[in-house]
Design a protein around this ligand. Structure first.
Ligand code: UDX
Length: 464
């Protein structure tokens, strides 16, 4: 089939390259001429493992094209996907649909033949109906069928998530559009990928409900971790045993500094707004946000406690700035709030991230960016593992201790070997685990008493 994708961002690019890989002829359209010319020259504007090779293969096979000309792209296509951004509105965090509606308007103007119009972007419940009204009532384009087909791509894993999805969801009220979507995903359906057919509104809600539930699961284990610290339990053991219950499952039970990224926070706010529009509320989801927001200040307090209660004029090496490994994306990364809280208390921050470079530092004012983890740690009073990049997890504690001002470590991802760090003189604090002090000379490790949990008043105020 011939497919056009409107939007050459994280979702549009991956979707275009993966649809080309399964045999379709795809044109990815974007208004940003520089981005399109870069893509035509083989330059990928985002970091996503495997994407560069996939784009090169698709282009070489003559199945993947990049253009700024929507009319030309639509001239002979069967499906057009709207994959533009739905950024959160600054005033209330709700999805801004300007770009989606603008794309729909331009499709109405440019399409010269019947086709299926797919909302691939994450859009509030009812957006598909709104697009249908624009196309059918405003423009009389009843030959354009609107279908919801949300993506469930994780940044850093998006190509794999497209190739091996847990399910494909299609929301449509028309049989013709459904047959087109079945043909589009035939190679995946033939591999027994579940193909869920529902209404447009249900399909739109499935995306939000899935993301909100995942975020809630993360906040739940983060609260259990806080309880572990007060109760002297170990959250890794608790999560392991919980996850063995098939009804719970082991994934998304890794305690950490809080969730971030361009999706969870935005989608949660949008779900709450959709629920309010539907006359209901989402108390659990609202609490998920507040737990996540206050967690950043709590993490800053944890780091401060590891430094004896005072970070004023202390240098802290923060390792990892992206919201998770495998991506260059720092949008809504927990590092932003945690670093700001530490700077508010007078700390100097030296950071390193394997992929987030100088262009990401706009989100981290006042932070010095080092060229390596060891450079960041040199002379530091403490080192913090913020994002569990493999090269950061594998750092040698002895080498770190040799360059640091004082061997204090805070592991916000429970990835470092606490006892190994302690054997090299570190006092190391993790998440939901007893603190481990420097080991005694005979290698026996003593468990220092847990640092006094920060007072609730300190932690309840969300980071500004
Ligand atoms: C998410 C959804 O997983 C994906 O299906 C959807 O299409 C887009 O949003 P993404 O935002 O890329 O994907 O990140 P994800 O891997 O879900 O992680 C989200 C956040 O939760 C990250 O900050 C991550 O560090 C955190 N997280 C995740 C945890 O803290 N603990 C976990 O166990 C899992």
């Amino acid at each position: 089939m011939r497919v056009s994708i409107v939007g050459a961002g994280y979702v549009g690019l991956v979707t275009a390259a993966c649809l080309a890989e399964i045999g379709h002829t795809v044109t990815c359209v974007d208004k940003m001429a520089e981005r399109i010319s870069g893509l035509n020259a083989g330059r990928i504007p985002i970091y996503e493992p495997g994407l560069e090779a996939l784009v090169a293969d698709g282009a070489a096979a003559g199945r993947l094209f990049f253009s700024t000309d929507l009319r030309a792209a639509l001239a002979d296509c069967d499906v057009v996907m709207i994959a533009v951004g739905t950024p959160p509105r600054p005033q209330d965090g709700v999805a801004d649909l300007r770009f989606v509606m603008q794309a729909a308007e331009e499709i109405a103007q440019a399409a010269t033949r019947p086709m299926v119009v797919v909302t691939k972007s994450t859009v509030p419940v009812g957006t598909g109906d709104r697009i249908a009204r624009l196309l059918h009532e405003l423009h009389g384009r009843t030959d354009l069928n609107v279908v919801s087909n949300p993506e469930f791509l994780r940044e850093g894993n998006a190509v794999a998530d497209f190739r091996e999805p847990d399910r494909i969801v299609v929301g449509t009220d028309g049989s013709h559009a459904l047959s087109v979507m079945r043909a589009l995903y035939a190679p995946l359906i033939e591999r027994d990928v579940p193909f869920v057919v529902t209404s447009r509104r249900s399909s739109e809600l499935i995306k939000y409900a899935s993301n909100a539930f995942l975020a809630m699961k993360v906040s739940f284990i983060n609260e259990i971790a806080d309880m572990c610290e007060g109760a002297g339990a170990d959250v890794s053991d608790v999560a392991l045993a919980m996850g063995l219950d098939e009804r719970i499952g082991p994934r998304f039970l890794e305690a950490g500094p809080g969730f971030g990224g361009s999706c969870f926070p935005k989608d949660i706010y949008a779900l709450i707004k959709s629920a309010n529009d539907a006359g209901t509320s989402m108390g659990l989801v609202e609490k998920t946000i507040s737990v996540n927001e206050t967690r950043k200040r709590r993490m800053a307090r944890k780091i401060e406690a590891a430094l004896g209660g005072d970070v004023y004029r202390k240098t802290i090496a923060v390792l990892g700035l992206t919201f998770k490994p495998g991506t260059d994306d720092v949008r809504d990364s927990p590092a932003i709030g945690i670093i700001r809280a530490l700077q508010d208390r007078g700390a100097h921050i030296c950071a390193y991230d394997p992929k987030a470079g100088a262009e990401a530092m706009g989100s981290f004012p006042g932070v010095m960016l080092a060229g390596s983890a060891m450079e960041a740690a040199t002379g530091a009073h403490a080192v913090v593992l913020m994002t569990q990049w493999p090269e950061l997890v594998e750092l040698d504690p002895e080498a770190l201790a040799n360059v640091m001002h004082s061997p204090i470590a805070v592991d916000l991802r429970n990835c470092w070997d606490g006892r190994r760090f302690a054997r090299h003189g570190f006092a190391i604090t993790a998440i939901g685990k007893p603190q481990i002090g420097p080991s005694s000379e005979n290698g026996k490790v003593w468990d220092a008493p847990n640092p006094k949990p920060a007072s609730a008043t300190d932690d309840e105020r969300p980071v500004s």
